[in-house]
Design a protein around this ligand. Structure first.
Ligand code: ATP
Ligand code: MG
Length: 395
């Protein structure tokens, strides 16, 4: 058997067992095979390590003080459902081990561990994880982010900025009125970044009640407040290694702003009701339709947080300021919508485009898309100026 065969691909394995001799044996065998090993002496310590970094597999004893293997399994499945957990069963816990497999454990090995069986199980588990990861990447490639359509000067500049900024770790603040494409810009910054194979986690700060935002962002421990019946992993932790998109950041309470500031400054968060810090590696992109500096003046937004978020500012102008993009946008939407409806793409004549360019687009690109959808439904094979007049209330 070749020595240290996994060396160039440092897979990390977490071993949780209260028996030092078992940890030592497993750790020696697996280190020799080139795996990187972390050890914990009970489920509680194991879960802490598990929540702090990403492992490729876990070996977990069943009977342990503080938190047993089953409880660990249950909690770990919430934190990272794709990581295979292999139970180590001693005398008298085989039935429990079978039970654990039914509950989602990858497999179990018996004590004392049989070398061959151990290595085969670990190898199979690793293969499974890389398959799951590959499928995710594939799925991502299929569901590509919508192209940013437009050739107007402001759109060209935005695309240039995205290309330059995306591969850096710089925080980005996207501003602009409703429906201009702020979220689309944020998605592209993530897509073209080095984090694109990790998650982009989105939080709409305006949609979450003030009293829940902290738990939404940072998570909570079971029982930390009345409705906290289960431990919850917050968005910052979910986005670990990836990007967190804080949408409508202008609507975040001052209280939550203070905590977000700390997370950005120190790279650490604390779950509500917990006394320990958790390190997170998250790139933040924020968006708002508010004038944040005005909000600062009105004492609704912290200036220090504003500076942290706006390392790079991307302002997306209203559609009225880039009406030369309308023909291309309409063409794209006709394409998308007709495909969605399963019909042949409808045409649109010059006159119709001209009328659309005269419209006052208060709802910006989202409104334009809705209007095109309405026209597709109501018009004949080719959309005419008459259709626009009949079906769109030109303001
Ligand atoms: N340049 C563009 N090309 C193609 N589609 C676009 C473009 N800009 C926006 N869209 C589409 O318009 C819709 C609205 O965009 P998006 O949700 O990004 O806007 P927003 O600024 O975040 O809006 P809100 O302020 O309401 O949250 C989406 O369906 C988006 O895909
Ligand atoms: Mg948005």
């Amino acid at each position: 058997m070749p020595k240290n065969k996994n060396n160039d691909n440092q897979h990390e394995i977490l071993i949780i067992d209260d028996e030092a001799s078992i940890r030592k044996t497993l750790s020696e065998i697996l280190s020799f095979e080139g795996y990187k090993i972390s050890e914990a002496t009970d489920g509680e310590e194991g879960l802490k390590l598990f929540s702090e970094k990403t492992f490729n597999a876990v070996l977990c004893d069943i009977k342990m003080p503080k938190m047993d293997g089953l409880e660990f399994l249950e909690k770990a499945a919430v934190l990272a459902p794709d990581v295979p957990i292999i139970m180590i069963s001693g005398h008298g816990t085989i039935e429990t081990a079978v039970e654990a497999v039914k509950k989602g454990a990858y497999d179990f090995i018996s004590k004392p561990p049989d070398l061959n069986r151990l290595l085969i199980t670990i190898r199979n588990a690793m293969e499974k994880t890389s398959l799951v990861a590959e499928t995710k990447v594939l799925r991502k490639k299929v569901s590509k982010v919508q192209e940013i359509v437009g050739t107007s000067a402001p759109i060209q500049k935005i695309k240039e900025t995205i290309n330059k900024v995306a591969p850096t770790e710089a925080r980005v603040l996207v501003t602009g009125p409703n429906g201009v494409g702020k979220e689309l810009v944020a998605r592209w910054v993530h897509e073209l970044s080095n984090r694109s194979n990790s998650p982009l986690v989105e939080v709409n700060c305006a949609a979450i009640p003030t009293e829940l935002i902290e738990s939404e962002l940072f998570g909570h421990e079971k029982g930390s407040f009345t409705s906290a019946i289960k431990q919850r992993i917050g968005k910052f932790e979910q986005a670990n290694g990836g990007t967190l998109f804080l949408d409508e950041i202008g609507d975040m309470s001052l209280n939550a702003q203070a905590k977000v500031l700390r997370a950005l400054q120190e790279g650490k968060i604390t779950r509500v009701g917990a006394d320990k810090d958790i390190s997170v590696d998250v790139r933040v992109i924020a968006a708002t339709n508010k004038d944040l500096l005005q909000e600062v003046e009105d004492k609704n937004f912290r200036l220090d947080l504003y500076h942290r978020l706006s390392v790079i500012l991307i302002n997306v102008p209203s559609l009225n300021e880039r009406k030369d993009d309308i023909p291309l946008l309409v063409d794209q939407f006709l394409d998308d919508i007709c495909k969605d409806y399963g019909i042949t793409k409808k045409g649109i004549d010059e006159g119709a485009i001209e009328s659309l360019q005269q419209y006052n687009w208060t709802g910006n690109i989202r409104e334009l898309r809705n209007v095109v959808e309405r026209l597709v439904i109501l018009s004949g094979k080719t959309i005419t100026a008459g259709d626009v007049q009949n079906y769109v209330a030109i303001g």
